[in-house]
Design a protein around this ligand. Sequence first.
Ligand code: HEC
Length: 101
Amino acid sequence: MKAITIVFIAGCGLLSAGAPEGKAVFAAKCQPCHGPNGEGKAAIAKMYNVEMHLLASKEIQSKSDADFKKTITAGQGKMKPVSGLTDKQIEDVIAYVRTLK
Ligand code: HEC
């Protein structure tokens, strides 16, 4: 029980530490296409001829962190891999995306 509590507290600490830094990563690396709130830019959707899902939606939020990481590092559909991010920045930006819901 004690161990579970410690893991829980450590987990919360990670989330709260990562999200603000992730916000900066998001603004630099994701916002140009996904918009400030992950709503998706209409011009980008048109350009790629895709429907961009709200990153805050239940459908997207139900994906695992591993899924997000894969989308970011390997790309998904029309989205190309996002380069130039460290593992830490990827974790931070995922933590930030979690705050959008
Ligand atoms: C150059 C434009 C562009 C950038 C930059 C970009 N994305 Fe995307 N992203 C897209 C497009 C377009 C799609 C839709 C892909 C599809 O459905 O074919 C997408 C899809 C996604 C999805 C999956 C949504 C779904 O419908 O399953 C996630 C999650 C995502 N992006 C997160 C991110 C994150 C986090 C970043 C920043 C690290 C980022 N994207 C940067 C264009 C971009």
